[in-house]
Write a protein that binds this ligand. Structure first.
Ligand code: G
Ligand code: G
Ligand code: MN
Length: 454
């Protein structure tokens, strides 16, 4: 490490700190991966060679997706095992092709001589396939993945510039959800607006962490009411305050989904929501609690244990819990998502398709999900009763839901006329500001007590 050229390394270290020491325990001792600064030497050497032979040198920058989540969930020993396993898989995928460097923590660089764009893409595809095989940590199967940035050397390139471009492309791959590669030059380069948005997202991410730690998350509940006045269910809606200032859910949910934090937030809402169902039950109400879940949560190997854990902790029958699945989730049913949904349903938990009618391919997916409830998007309701076409669609969707044996709910009912229109169309229940706005758990109990039905 004595000849490690510090200033250039600092330039590509996003944390701005001194280069991270390689934790040798994290690296497969047999991997033969080069150390961080030896890596720069290798890049310098290979680039000089490439320039002499007039052949391109490809740099692939890999960063493990959701590594922080693995560390948080399984501790550093679990994180180290993941890194060692991924190092082994990288070696397997690129053996003989080039040199591999462990940049420290969860980052790797692979240098492939005489490789242009298509060879580098081929290597990246192979890496993604190899790395995403399931692996077990503490009896839980996880599917690791990486984000890859690719840069191909240019004439008169310098090693730092090459690696920086690969690193930037990797960040773009991560922004697009990870488990993919981006070739430098094709990334959506953040302009000034992009930078401002990125900063806002970082601020929201940091606020979410502190809200989790400081108890600044809340669930509010909005009733879903049957025509006879009975409360069929309440929908749990997450609220987040950072030092007293509310962040709207349409801002923080997408950031939480992008960063993987939604998994922790989702586990928290499962725990809170089931506890609220238990409290309602103690008060004599058999009202269901509907909890929103994102696709990212359903892809997480910890989803079912979290659901079962929440049910056990709260001691509520699974029939009192419903999972609300947004249509974007429903449109993209991977085998993992489907298996998790089926297991939840088999355990007795209800499944509601949320915001129905606003996306694509929703009809096809209806038959693939064992859903128990269909919720129309409020776009159809807000134009009632005047819009005859919307009314006809609401009637047809109600009939469809009924025939599939689902409870049919209209969302976003704000006026008495809209309520009547929905009831004429035959919906089983309605939700919206007309009945009540989302409210705190204590307010919900008071609101329920003020009604004549149990
Ligand atoms: O009140 P409203 O603005 O709360 O909610 C906006 C959107 O945020 C909802 O449509 C819902 O999909 C999403 N949302 C609210 N709470 C949660 C939650 O606990 N988990 C997830 N995944 N999404 C939520
Ligand atoms: O999860 P879902 O997409 O269904 O989220 C419900 C959202 O709809 C929440 O943001 C909630 O605050 C909002 N909402 C609930 N009732 C009404 C309503 O009557 N009108 C409008 N405009 N929004 C509503
Ligand atoms: Mn919802």
């Amino acid at each position: 490490m004595t000849d490690c050229p510090k200033p250039p390394w600092k330039a590509i270290d996003r944390s701005g700190c001194a280069p991270i020491e390689i934790r040798t325990a994290a690296v497969d001792p047999g991997s033969g991966f080069l150390k961080r600064c030896d890596g720069l030497n290798a890049a310098t050497r290979l680039l000089a060679e490439a320039s002499r032979l007039s052949t391109p040198l490809a740099a692939l920058w890999l960063d493990v997706d959701r590594f922080r989540q693995v560390n948080d969930s399984f501790g550093h020993a679990g994180g180290d095992r993941l890194i060692a396993c991924i190092a082994g898989r990288i070696r397997q995928a690129v053996s003989g092709l080039g040199e591999c460097l462990h940049m420290g923590s969860d980052e790797f660089v692979i240098l492939i001589p005489d490789a242009g764009g298509s060879s580098a893409e081929q290597a990246a595809r192979k890496l993604l396939l190899e790395i995403e095989q399931p692996m077990a940590i503490d009896d839980i199967m996880i599917r690791p993945s990486v984000s890859i940035g690719i840069a191909i050397s240019l004439a008169d390139d310098d090693p730092i510039g090459l690696l920086e471009r690969a690193d930037r492309a990797m960040i773009d791959a991560k922004r697009q959800g990870g488990n993919r590669f981006v070739i430098s030059g094709y990334e959506a380069l953040p302009g000034r607006i992009g930078v401002a948005l990125a900063r806002e997202e970082l601020a929201i991410e940091s606020a979410l962490y502190s809200a989790l730690e400081n108890g600044e998350l809340r669930l509010n509940y909005q009733p879903i009411v049957r025509p006879d006045g009975r409360v069929e269910a309440v929908e749990a809606l997450m609220r987040c305050a950072a030092q007293g200032v509310q962040i709207p859910p349409d801002k923080f949910i997408p950031v939480a989904e992008k960063t993987g934090l939604i998994v922790r937030l989702g586990e928290w809402s499962l725990l809170q929501g089931t506890r609220c169902a238990a409290r309602l039950r103690e008060q004599g109400y058999t009202t269901k609690v509907a909890i929103n879940v994102s696709r990212v949560q359903l892809l997480s190997p910890g989803f079912l244990p979290a659901l079962h854990g929440a049910l056990i902790c709260a001691n509520v029958p699974p029939e009192l819990i419903e999972l609300e699945l947004t249509e974007s989730l429903v449109m993209d049913l991977s085998p993992t998502v489907q298996a998790n949904l089926r297991s939840a349903r088999q355990a007795g938990v209800g499944l509601a398709i949320d915001d129905f009618g606003t996306g694509y391919s929703s009809l096809a997916s209806l038959k693939d999900i064992p859903a128990t409830k269909l919720k129309f998007d409020r776009a159809f309701i807000s134009v009632l009763p005047a819009d005859r076409q919307a009314l006809a669609i609401v009637k047809a969707m109600t009939q469809l839901g009924r025939e599939l044996g689902m409870i049919v709910v209209a969302e976003g009912v704000e006026t008495h006329e809209q309520l009547i229109a929905c009831e004429v169309a035959g919906t089983d229940a309605t939700q919206g500001f007309f009945h009540a706005r989302p409210m705190s758990e204590d307010d919900l109990i008071l609101w329920m007590k003020g009604r004549s039905f149990k």
